[in-house]
Design a binder for this molecule. Structure first.
Ligand code: BTN
Length: 264
């Protein structure tokens, strides 16, 4: 079956112009992350493998969240062999945010005037609405592999979606009022992920600076829920190691996980 979104020369180009060594395309899957987490999926995959889908029917987000992918969105999972790519485990906590930085840059290249930022820990916002979700997972029993699942709203549109949805989600097409080549966007995103994610340096002050510049929660009052416990504080940005920094009025606290349940 042929892809409605990509041509065979797009597939060749992705393998030629990016660090992807193997591409697996599907017309439809429940979830690209679930596909690569299947126990018998190419467990010995060495180089970066890209699992790309035209239509995803049961996409997952963090925790119990679901991810709705419409036709025209870019939906894929990238499987990295971290040992081969010199990405030690102590840098994995920054993978989601550095992937977010790569997406911010790719979106900015297309919409230079737009407001683009990171919503800790795994979302990219465009004009104050979510344009991309990132789900990083570790496949059980496959030492050193890391899965980066990405859903980027490109040519899909929320124009006909219910107003609650339109208030929180957007796409490149909705903001730019034009369509984009999915293959061009994908190649650019993959090249930027290679540059950002494979050169993470948590000691780097420039990484912290770039998180700070992109953090859409800085200066806002945030409620962060970790398990049963909620903390309310003013966000002072994101540390180089990927923690969100909250000033509670009494002290500065850093959190490496949790859900931003509210912000104003
Ligand atoms: C989130 O919003 O919490 C993250 C959403 C991540 C969605 C992507 S789409 C490709 C990959 N496959 C999935 O099932 N989820 C991720």
């Amino acid at each position: 079956m042929a892809s409605a979104e990509f041509t065979s020369s797009d597939f060749e180009r992705i393998e030629r112009e990016t660090f992807v060594e193997r591409l697996e395309w599907h017309a439809e899957l429940p979830s690209t992350n679930d596909r690569v987490l299947e126990p018998n999926w190419s467990a010995n995959a060495d180089g970066p493998v890209l699992v790309l889908v035209d239509r995803q029917t049961a996409g997952r987000g963090r925790g119990a969240n679901r991810w709705w992918s419409q036709t025209g969105a870019l939906t894929f999972s990238l499987v990295l062999n971290t040992a081969e790519r010199n990405l030690p485990m102590d840098r994995w906590p920054q993978v989601s945010l550095t992937t977010g930085l790569a997406i911010c840059q790719a979106v900015e290249a297309l919409l230079p005037e737009a407001d683009i930022g990171l919503k800790w820990p795994n979302d990219v916002f465009l004009q104050s609405r979510k344009v991309c979700g990132i789900l990083v997972e570790v496949p059980p029993g496959r030492a050193g592999q890391l899965v980066i699942g990405i859903g980027l709203n490109v040519n899909n549109s929320f124009a006909d979606a219910p107003s609650e949805m339109r208030e929180i989600a957007t796409s490149l097409r909705d903001e730019a009022e034009q369509s984009f080549s999915l293959a061009d966007v994908l190649v650019d995103v993959l090249q930027r992920i290679e540059r950002e994610v494979l050169s993470i340096d948590s000691e780097s002050s420039s990484l912290m600076q770039r998180f700070q510049q992109r953090c859409v929660l800085t200066g806002r009052t945030v409620e962060l829920t970790v398990g049963e416990q909620s903390t309310v504080g003013v966000c002072h940005g994101i540390d180089a190691d990927g923690a969100i920094v909250l000033w509670t009025g009494e002290q500065t606290e850093r959190f490496y996980g949790g859900v931003v349940s509210r912000y104003e």
